[in-house]
Design a protein around this ligand. Structure first.
Ligand SMILES: [Zn+2]
Length: 459
Protein backbone atom coordinates (compact mmCIF):
# COMPACT_ATOMS: atom_id res chain seq x y z
CA UNK A 1 0.00 0.00 0.00
CA UNK A 2 2.83 2.35 0.83
CA UNK A 3 3.98 2.20 -2.76
CA UNK A 4 0.54 3.14 -3.95
CA UNK A 5 0.47 6.25 -1.74
CA UNK A 6 3.90 7.33 -2.88
CA UNK A 7 2.78 7.00 -6.50
CA UNK A 8 -0.15 9.22 -5.85
CA UNK A 9 2.15 11.65 -4.16
CA UNK A 10 4.24 11.86 -7.31
CA UNK A 11 1.27 12.76 -9.49
CA UNK A 12 2.80 16.01 -10.78
CA UNK A 13 5.45 13.91 -12.57
CA UNK A 14 2.89 11.47 -13.94
CA UNK A 15 3.18 12.74 -17.53
CA UNK A 16 6.99 12.27 -17.57
CA UNK A 17 6.70 8.74 -16.27
CA UNK A 18 4.13 7.88 -18.89
CA UNK A 19 6.46 9.16 -21.62
CA UNK A 20 9.30 7.09 -20.25
CA UNK A 21 7.02 4.04 -20.05
CA UNK A 22 5.89 4.49 -23.69
CA UNK A 23 9.47 4.97 -24.81
CA UNK A 24 10.51 1.77 -23.04
CA UNK A 25 7.56 -0.04 -24.54
CA UNK A 26 8.47 1.23 -28.01
CA UNK A 27 12.10 0.20 -27.54
CA UNK A 28 10.97 -3.24 -26.42
CA UNK A 29 8.70 -3.50 -29.44
CA UNK A 30 11.54 -2.52 -31.76
CA UNK A 31 13.82 -5.03 -30.11
CA UNK A 32 11.17 -7.73 -30.42
CA UNK A 33 10.60 -6.78 -34.06
CA UNK A 34 14.36 -6.89 -34.68
CA UNK A 35 14.52 -10.26 -32.99
CA UNK A 36 11.67 -11.60 -35.13
CA UNK A 37 13.34 -10.07 -38.18
CA UNK A 38 16.58 -11.70 -37.13
CA UNK A 39 14.74 -15.00 -36.97
CA UNK A 40 12.85 -14.51 -40.22
CA UNK A 41 15.36 -12.56 -42.27
CA UNK A 42 18.73 -14.16 -41.90
CA UNK A 43 21.30 -13.85 -44.62
CA UNK A 44 23.31 -17.00 -44.18
CA UNK A 45 23.03 -19.47 -47.04
CA UNK A 46 22.59 -23.16 -46.36
CA UNK A 47 25.66 -25.32 -46.90
CA UNK A 48 25.63 -28.20 -49.38
CA UNK A 49 28.22 -30.95 -49.64
CA UNK A 50 28.11 -33.86 -52.08
CA UNK A 51 29.86 -36.83 -50.55
CA UNK A 52 30.56 -38.46 -53.91
CA UNK A 53 31.93 -37.17 -57.16
CA UNK A 54 29.29 -37.42 -59.87
CA UNK A 55 30.50 -37.56 -63.44
CA UNK A 56 28.23 -40.09 -65.12
CA UNK A 57 24.49 -40.49 -64.83
CA UNK A 58 22.97 -43.88 -65.47
CA UNK A 59 19.41 -45.05 -65.10
CA UNK A 60 19.43 -44.27 -61.40
CA UNK A 61 22.09 -42.64 -59.29
CA UNK A 62 22.75 -42.57 -55.60
CA UNK A 63 23.62 -39.10 -54.37
CA UNK A 64 24.83 -38.96 -50.79
CA UNK A 65 24.45 -35.32 -49.79
CA UNK A 66 24.80 -33.29 -46.65
CA UNK A 67 22.96 -29.97 -46.36
CA UNK A 68 22.81 -27.76 -43.29
CA UNK A 69 21.28 -24.45 -42.20
CA UNK A 70 21.85 -23.53 -38.60
CA UNK A 71 19.70 -20.35 -38.56
CA UNK A 72 16.24 -20.73 -40.08
CA UNK A 73 16.50 -24.35 -41.18
CA UNK A 74 16.10 -26.08 -44.53
CA UNK A 75 12.95 -25.28 -46.49
CA UNK A 76 13.47 -27.28 -49.68
CA UNK A 77 15.79 -29.46 -51.74
CA UNK A 78 15.41 -29.57 -55.51
CA UNK A 79 17.38 -31.58 -58.06
CA UNK A 80 16.93 -30.81 -61.74
CA UNK A 81 18.57 -32.12 -64.89
CA UNK A 82 18.88 -30.03 -68.03
CA UNK A 83 20.16 -30.75 -71.52
CA UNK A 84 19.87 -27.89 -74.01
CA UNK A 85 16.23 -26.94 -74.11
CA UNK A 86 15.07 -30.01 -72.20
CA UNK A 87 14.90 -30.11 -68.47
CA UNK A 88 13.16 -32.03 -65.77
CA UNK A 89 12.80 -31.88 -62.02
CA UNK A 90 14.18 -35.20 -60.78
CA UNK A 91 13.37 -34.61 -57.16
CA UNK A 92 11.70 -31.99 -55.03
CA UNK A 93 11.29 -32.06 -51.29
CA UNK A 94 9.68 -29.43 -49.06
CA UNK A 95 9.97 -29.33 -45.31
CA UNK A 96 7.50 -27.97 -42.73
CA UNK A 97 8.15 -25.33 -40.12
CA UNK A 98 8.35 -27.19 -36.86
CA UNK A 99 6.29 -24.51 -34.90
CA UNK A 100 5.17 -20.84 -35.39
CA UNK A 101 7.52 -19.57 -32.68
CA UNK A 102 10.41 -21.59 -34.04
CA UNK A 103 10.39 -20.87 -37.76
CA UNK A 104 12.81 -23.58 -38.79
CA UNK A 105 13.01 -26.66 -40.98
CA UNK A 106 15.55 -29.42 -40.35
CA UNK A 107 18.95 -27.97 -39.39
CA UNK A 108 20.76 -30.72 -41.30
CA UNK A 109 19.88 -33.14 -44.06
CA UNK A 110 22.08 -36.16 -44.52
CA UNK A 111 20.65 -38.56 -46.97
CA UNK A 112 21.21 -40.77 -49.93
CA UNK A 113 18.94 -39.58 -52.71
CA UNK A 114 18.21 -42.14 -55.39
CA UNK A 115 16.99 -40.44 -58.53
CA UNK A 116 15.77 -41.84 -61.81
CA UNK A 117 17.44 -39.78 -64.52
CA UNK A 118 16.08 -41.88 -67.36
CA UNK A 119 12.50 -40.76 -66.61
CA UNK A 120 13.45 -37.17 -67.44
CA UNK A 121 13.75 -37.98 -71.16
CA UNK A 122 17.36 -36.86 -71.33
CA UNK A 123 19.36 -38.36 -74.19
CA UNK A 124 22.84 -39.86 -74.03
CA UNK A 125 25.57 -37.25 -73.73
CA UNK A 126 26.32 -34.10 -71.77
CA UNK A 127 23.81 -32.69 -69.31
CA UNK A 128 23.76 -30.52 -66.22
CA UNK A 129 22.61 -31.55 -62.80
CA UNK A 130 21.47 -28.70 -60.53
CA UNK A 131 20.98 -29.12 -56.82
CA UNK A 132 19.26 -26.26 -54.94
CA UNK A 133 18.82 -25.98 -51.19
CA UNK A 134 16.73 -23.14 -49.69
CA UNK A 135 16.24 -22.09 -46.10
CA UNK A 136 13.29 -20.56 -44.24
CA UNK A 137 14.64 -17.00 -44.19
CA UNK A 138 12.24 -14.38 -45.58
CA UNK A 139 15.21 -13.00 -47.45
CA UNK A 140 15.35 -13.36 -51.25
CA UNK A 141 11.81 -12.07 -51.86
CA UNK A 142 10.48 -14.47 -49.23
CA UNK A 143 11.98 -17.47 -51.08
CA UNK A 144 14.82 -17.96 -48.63
CA UNK A 145 18.59 -17.96 -49.03
CA UNK A 146 19.61 -20.43 -51.69
CA UNK A 147 22.73 -22.51 -52.33
CA UNK A 148 22.95 -23.84 -55.86
CA UNK A 149 25.42 -26.42 -57.09
CA UNK A 150 25.72 -27.14 -60.81
CA UNK A 151 27.48 -30.31 -61.97
CA UNK A 152 28.37 -31.15 -65.56
CA UNK A 153 27.49 -34.81 -66.11
CA UNK A 154 27.44 -37.33 -68.90
CA UNK A 155 24.20 -39.20 -69.34
CA UNK A 156 24.95 -42.88 -69.97
CA UNK A 157 22.20 -45.46 -69.73
CA UNK A 158 23.84 -48.11 -71.88
CA UNK A 159 24.93 -51.12 -69.83
CA UNK A 160 28.35 -52.66 -70.55
CA UNK A 161 27.98 -55.84 -72.56
CA UNK A 162 29.58 -58.87 -70.93
CA UNK A 163 30.47 -61.85 -73.12
CA UNK A 164 31.55 -65.07 -71.47
CA UNK A 165 34.48 -66.74 -73.25
CA UNK A 166 34.94 -69.44 -70.67
CA UNK A 167 33.02 -70.25 -67.50
CA UNK A 168 33.70 -73.12 -65.15
CA UNK A 169 30.87 -75.63 -65.49
CA UNK A 170 31.31 -77.86 -62.46
CA UNK A 171 31.63 -76.21 -59.06
CA UNK A 172 32.99 -78.15 -56.12
CA UNK A 173 33.13 -76.70 -52.62
CA UNK A 174 36.76 -76.06 -51.66
CA UNK A 175 37.88 -76.02 -55.28
CA UNK A 176 39.10 -73.15 -57.46
CA UNK A 177 37.10 -72.06 -60.50
CA UNK A 178 37.79 -69.63 -63.30
CA UNK A 179 35.90 -67.46 -65.78
CA UNK A 180 37.21 -65.44 -68.73
CA UNK A 181 35.02 -62.73 -70.27
CA UNK A 182 35.09 -59.56 -72.34
CA UNK A 183 33.42 -56.26 -71.51
CA UNK A 184 32.35 -53.84 -74.26
CA UNK A 185 33.51 -50.71 -72.41
CA UNK A 186 36.08 -50.10 -69.68
CA UNK A 187 34.28 -51.29 -66.54
CA UNK A 188 34.57 -49.57 -63.20
CA UNK A 189 33.96 -52.81 -61.28
CA UNK A 190 33.67 -56.35 -62.62
CA UNK A 191 34.16 -60.00 -61.80
CA UNK A 192 32.24 -63.14 -61.04
CA UNK A 193 29.26 -62.77 -58.74
CA UNK A 194 28.44 -65.92 -56.79
CA UNK A 195 25.06 -65.09 -55.23
CA UNK A 196 25.88 -61.85 -53.33
CA UNK A 197 29.68 -62.10 -53.35
CA UNK A 198 31.77 -60.45 -56.06
CA UNK A 199 35.10 -62.08 -56.94
CA UNK A 200 36.97 -59.31 -58.77
CA UNK A 201 38.33 -59.91 -62.26
CA UNK A 202 41.67 -58.74 -63.70
CA UNK A 203 42.97 -57.91 -67.18
CA UNK A 204 44.44 -60.88 -69.05
CA UNK A 205 46.53 -58.66 -71.30
CA UNK A 206 44.23 -59.12 -74.30
CA UNK A 207 42.01 -56.16 -75.19
CA UNK A 208 38.83 -55.87 -73.08
CA UNK A 209 39.41 -59.39 -71.73
CA UNK A 210 39.39 -60.30 -68.04
CA UNK A 211 39.90 -63.34 -65.82
CA UNK A 212 38.23 -63.92 -62.47
CA UNK A 213 39.07 -66.70 -60.01
CA UNK A 214 36.29 -67.74 -57.71
CA UNK A 215 35.58 -70.50 -55.20
CA UNK A 216 32.95 -71.95 -52.93
CA UNK A 217 34.05 -72.49 -49.32
CA UNK A 218 34.57 -76.18 -48.37
CA UNK A 219 31.17 -76.31 -46.62
CA UNK A 220 29.10 -74.30 -49.15
CA UNK A 221 25.92 -75.62 -50.71
CA UNK A 222 25.03 -75.07 -54.37
CA UNK A 223 24.91 -71.37 -55.28
CA UNK A 224 21.66 -69.96 -56.67
CA UNK A 225 23.22 -67.72 -59.28
CA UNK A 226 26.70 -67.41 -60.81
CA UNK A 227 27.34 -64.60 -63.31
CA UNK A 228 30.14 -62.60 -64.86
CA UNK A 229 29.19 -58.97 -64.16
CA UNK A 230 30.47 -55.52 -65.07
CA UNK A 231 29.39 -52.09 -63.85
CA UNK A 232 30.25 -48.87 -65.65
CA UNK A 233 30.87 -45.53 -63.96
CA UNK A 234 27.22 -44.56 -64.37
CA UNK A 235 26.26 -47.67 -62.40
CA UNK A 236 24.78 -49.57 -65.36
CA UNK A 237 25.14 -53.32 -64.91
CA UNK A 238 25.81 -55.90 -67.60
CA UNK A 239 25.95 -59.63 -66.87
CA UNK A 240 26.42 -63.03 -68.49
CA UNK A 241 25.14 -66.12 -66.72
CA UNK A 242 27.59 -68.91 -65.93
CA UNK A 243 25.68 -72.18 -66.01
CA UNK A 244 27.14 -74.47 -63.38
CA UNK A 245 26.43 -77.79 -61.79
CA UNK A 246 27.38 -78.53 -58.22
CA UNK A 247 29.39 -81.53 -57.16
CA UNK A 248 29.67 -82.38 -53.50
CA UNK A 249 32.97 -83.84 -52.31
CA UNK A 250 32.88 -86.86 -49.99
CA UNK A 251 33.80 -85.97 -46.41
CA UNK A 252 36.94 -87.38 -44.85
CA UNK A 253 37.23 -87.86 -41.12
CA UNK A 254 40.20 -87.84 -38.83
CA UNK A 255 40.74 -87.99 -35.09
CA UNK A 256 43.44 -86.25 -33.13
CA UNK A 257 44.30 -87.28 -29.60
CA UNK A 258 45.30 -84.50 -27.25
CA UNK A 259 47.62 -85.71 -24.49
CA UNK A 260 48.46 -83.93 -21.25
CA UNK A 261 52.06 -83.98 -22.39
CA UNK A 262 51.12 -82.14 -25.62
CA UNK A 263 49.14 -79.53 -23.65
CA UNK A 264 51.95 -78.98 -21.15
CA UNK A 265 54.43 -78.63 -23.98
CA UNK A 266 52.30 -76.37 -26.22
CA UNK A 267 50.37 -74.03 -23.93
CA UNK A 268 53.30 -71.87 -22.69
CA UNK A 269 53.85 -70.68 -26.31
CA UNK A 270 50.23 -69.53 -26.57
CA UNK A 271 50.24 -68.02 -23.04
CA UNK A 272 52.85 -65.54 -24.25
CA UNK A 273 50.63 -64.33 -27.08
CA UNK A 274 47.22 -64.72 -25.41
CA UNK A 275 47.66 -63.82 -21.72
CA UNK A 276 43.87 -63.43 -21.41
CA UNK A 277 43.45 -67.25 -21.44
CA UNK A 278 41.96 -68.73 -18.27
CA UNK A 279 41.24 -72.15 -16.79
CA UNK A 280 42.79 -75.60 -17.15
CA UNK A 281 45.25 -76.46 -19.91
CA UNK A 282 42.41 -78.12 -21.83
CA UNK A 283 40.22 -75.01 -21.51
CA UNK A 284 43.09 -72.87 -22.76
CA UNK A 285 43.60 -75.28 -25.63
CA UNK A 286 39.92 -75.03 -26.58
CA UNK A 287 40.12 -71.23 -26.44
CA UNK A 288 43.02 -71.29 -28.93
CA UNK A 289 41.43 -73.90 -31.18
CA UNK A 290 38.14 -71.94 -31.36
CA UNK A 291 38.24 -68.19 -30.60
CA UNK A 292 41.83 -67.67 -31.74
CA UNK A 293 41.21 -69.84 -34.83
CA UNK A 294 38.29 -67.57 -35.83
CA UNK A 295 40.29 -64.37 -35.35
CA UNK A 296 43.22 -65.90 -37.32
CA UNK A 297 40.85 -66.70 -40.19
CA UNK A 298 39.69 -63.06 -40.22
CA UNK A 299 43.29 -61.84 -40.38
CA UNK A 300 44.01 -64.16 -43.32
CA UNK A 301 40.87 -62.96 -45.15
CA UNK A 302 41.95 -59.33 -44.61
CA UNK A 303 45.49 -60.05 -45.83
CA UNK A 304 44.10 -61.72 -48.97
CA UNK A 305 41.66 -58.88 -49.69
CA UNK A 306 44.32 -56.96 -51.60
CA UNK A 307 46.06 -58.73 -54.45
CA UNK A 308 48.27 -57.90 -57.39
CA UNK A 309 46.32 -57.34 -60.61
CA UNK A 310 48.64 -59.46 -62.73
CA UNK A 311 49.37 -63.18 -62.77
CA UNK A 312 52.73 -63.38 -60.99
CA UNK A 313 52.90 -67.20 -61.10
CA UNK A 314 53.40 -69.66 -63.94
CA UNK A 315 52.74 -73.37 -64.33
CA UNK A 316 52.19 -75.79 -61.49
CA UNK A 317 52.84 -74.94 -57.84
CA UNK A 318 55.68 -76.83 -56.19
CA UNK A 319 54.88 -79.35 -53.51
CA UNK A 320 57.44 -79.69 -50.78
CA UNK A 321 58.96 -83.20 -50.91
CA UNK A 322 57.83 -85.31 -47.97
CA UNK A 323 55.07 -87.57 -46.77
CA UNK A 324 51.52 -86.26 -46.94
CA UNK A 325 49.78 -86.40 -43.59
CA UNK A 326 46.44 -84.67 -43.04
CA UNK A 327 44.46 -83.62 -46.12
CA UNK A 328 42.30 -80.69 -47.17
CA UNK A 329 38.88 -80.34 -45.51
CA UNK A 330 39.47 -83.30 -43.17
CA UNK A 331 36.80 -83.25 -40.49
CA UNK A 332 38.79 -83.51 -37.30
CA UNK A 333 37.50 -84.78 -34.01
CA UNK A 334 39.75 -83.98 -31.06
CA UNK A 335 39.86 -86.63 -28.33
CA UNK A 336 40.97 -85.99 -24.76
CA UNK A 337 41.02 -88.99 -22.38
CA UNK A 338 38.94 -90.83 -24.98
CA UNK A 339 36.24 -88.11 -25.05
CA UNK A 340 35.44 -85.94 -28.07
CA UNK A 341 36.13 -82.36 -26.91
CA UNK A 342 36.23 -80.40 -30.18
CA UNK A 343 35.60 -80.54 -33.95
CA UNK A 344 37.39 -78.50 -36.61
CA UNK A 345 38.04 -78.59 -40.34
CA UNK A 346 41.62 -78.85 -41.57
CA UNK A 347 41.99 -76.33 -44.41
CA UNK A 348 45.33 -77.35 -45.85
CA UNK A 349 47.63 -80.29 -46.48
CA UNK A 350 50.24 -81.36 -43.94
CA UNK A 351 53.60 -82.53 -45.29
CA UNK A 352 56.28 -83.98 -43.02
CA UNK A 353 59.95 -84.18 -43.90
CA UNK A 354 63.03 -83.83 -41.76
CA UNK A 355 63.02 -81.38 -38.85
CA UNK A 356 63.73 -77.76 -39.85
CA UNK A 357 63.39 -78.66 -43.54
CA UNK A 358 63.89 -75.87 -46.06
CA UNK A 359 60.56 -74.32 -47.12
CA UNK A 360 60.44 -72.81 -50.60
CA UNK A 361 57.95 -70.58 -52.37
CA UNK A 362 55.55 -72.82 -54.35
CA UNK A 363 55.46 -70.23 -57.12
CA UNK A 364 56.47 -66.67 -57.92
CA UNK A 365 54.66 -64.02 -55.91
CA UNK A 366 54.79 -61.25 -53.38
CA UNK A 367 55.09 -61.99 -49.66
CA UNK A 368 52.12 -60.26 -48.02
CA UNK A 369 52.38 -61.70 -44.50
CA UNK A 370 55.40 -63.01 -42.58
CA UNK A 371 54.81 -63.21 -38.84
CA UNK A 372 53.31 -65.17 -35.94
CA UNK A 373 49.59 -65.90 -36.20
CA UNK A 374 47.99 -68.04 -33.46
CA UNK A 375 47.21 -71.61 -34.51
CA UNK A 376 49.34 -71.17 -37.64
CA UNK A 377 52.43 -70.21 -35.61
CA UNK A 378 55.04 -68.52 -37.78
CA UNK A 379 53.37 -68.16 -41.14
CA UNK A 380 54.21 -66.80 -44.58
CA UNK A 381 51.49 -65.86 -47.08
CA UNK A 382 52.43 -65.25 -50.71
CA UNK A 383 50.12 -63.37 -53.08
CA UNK A 384 50.44 -64.79 -56.60
CA UNK A 385 48.17 -62.11 -58.07
CA UNK A 386 44.56 -61.97 -59.26
CA UNK A 387 43.31 -63.42 -55.96
CA UNK A 388 45.51 -66.56 -55.78
CA UNK A 389 47.60 -67.01 -52.60
CA UNK A 390 49.63 -69.74 -50.86
CA UNK A 391 50.21 -70.15 -47.11
CA UNK A 392 53.09 -71.87 -45.25
CA UNK A 393 52.51 -72.54 -41.58
CA UNK A 394 54.15 -73.86 -38.33
CA UNK A 395 57.57 -72.56 -39.44
CA UNK A 396 60.48 -72.62 -37.00
CA UNK A 397 61.99 -69.61 -38.76
CA UNK A 398 60.86 -67.10 -41.35
CA UNK A 399 63.53 -66.12 -43.87
CA UNK A 400 61.66 -63.50 -45.86
CA UNK A 401 59.60 -60.40 -45.13
CA UNK A 402 56.35 -58.78 -46.21
CA UNK A 403 56.72 -56.85 -49.45
CA UNK A 404 59.41 -59.16 -50.91
CA UNK A 405 58.89 -60.50 -54.43
CA UNK A 406 59.96 -64.14 -54.29
CA UNK A 407 60.75 -66.41 -57.20
CA UNK A 408 59.40 -69.93 -57.52
CA UNK A 409 61.49 -72.34 -55.40
CA UNK A 410 63.15 -69.52 -53.45
CA UNK A 411 63.68 -70.43 -49.74
CA UNK A 412 61.36 -68.52 -47.39
CA UNK A 413 61.88 -70.31 -44.06
CA UNK A 414 62.21 -73.61 -42.25
CA UNK A 415 59.60 -76.11 -41.09
CA UNK A 416 58.81 -76.43 -37.41
CA UNK A 417 56.18 -76.90 -34.74
CA UNK A 418 55.09 -73.32 -34.00
CA UNK A 419 51.36 -72.78 -33.52
CA UNK A 420 49.02 -75.75 -33.13
CA UNK A 421 51.43 -78.43 -34.31
CA UNK A 422 52.53 -81.57 -32.52
CA UNK A 423 55.45 -82.64 -34.69
CA UNK A 424 57.64 -80.80 -37.21
CA UNK A 425 55.73 -80.42 -40.49
CA UNK A 426 54.61 -77.92 -43.09
CA UNK A 427 50.94 -77.00 -43.22
CA UNK A 428 50.37 -75.75 -46.77
CA UNK A 429 47.22 -74.00 -47.97
CA UNK A 430 45.99 -72.39 -51.18
CA UNK A 431 43.49 -69.54 -51.14
CA UNK A 432 41.24 -67.86 -53.70
CA UNK A 433 40.35 -64.35 -52.52
CA UNK A 434 40.75 -65.58 -48.94
CA UNK A 435 38.73 -68.80 -49.42
CA UNK A 436 40.69 -71.96 -48.67
CA UNK A 437 40.81 -74.38 -51.59
CA UNK A 438 42.50 -77.74 -52.03
CA UNK A 439 46.21 -77.42 -52.93
CA UNK A 440 46.18 -80.74 -54.84
CA UNK A 441 44.81 -79.03 -57.99
CA UNK A 442 47.51 -76.36 -57.96
CA UNK A 443 50.27 -79.03 -57.78
CA UNK A 444 48.89 -80.66 -60.93
CA UNK A 445 50.13 -79.30 -64.29
CA UNK A 446 47.28 -81.05 -66.07
CA UNK A 447 44.67 -79.29 -63.91
CA UNK A 448 46.41 -75.95 -64.56
CA UNK A 449 46.35 -76.65 -68.31
CA UNK A 450 42.72 -77.74 -68.43
CA UNK A 451 41.30 -75.23 -65.96
CA UNK A 452 43.33 -72.08 -66.44
CA UNK A 453 45.50 -72.23 -69.58
CA UNK A 454 42.71 -73.49 -71.83
CA UNK A 455 40.37 -70.81 -70.41
CA UNK A 456 42.92 -68.12 -71.25
CA UNK A 457 43.49 -69.62 -74.70
CA UNK A 458 39.73 -69.52 -75.37
CA UNK A 459 39.96 -65.73 -75.37
ZN1 LIG B 1 47.82 -78.74 -40.92
Amino acid sequence: MATHIRLRGSSPRKGGFFKMFTAALAAAAILAALFVAYLLFEFERPTLVLEKEIKYLGGTIELPLHAADSKSGIRSLTITLTQGENGAVLMERHFQRSAWFKPAGPPTLKEKVVIDAQKAGIRQGEAELTITVRDFSLNGLFKGNATVQRIAVIMDTVAPRVTLLHGQRVLQPGSAAVAVYTVSETPQRHGVMVDQRLFPGFPTGKKDTYIAYFALPWNAGPPERVRAVAFDEAGNEGAAAIVTSYKKVPEKHDTITISDQFLAQKMPEFEQYYPEMRGTLLEKYLYINNQVRISNAQTIAEVCATTDSSQLWSDRFLRMPGAGRAGFADQRTYLYNGQAVDNQTHLGVDIASTARAEIRAANRGKVVFAQYLGIYGNVVIIDHGQGVASLYSHLSSIETSAGTLVEKDQPIGRSGTSGMAGGDHLHFSMLIHGIFVTPIEWWDQNWINVTIKSALNAS
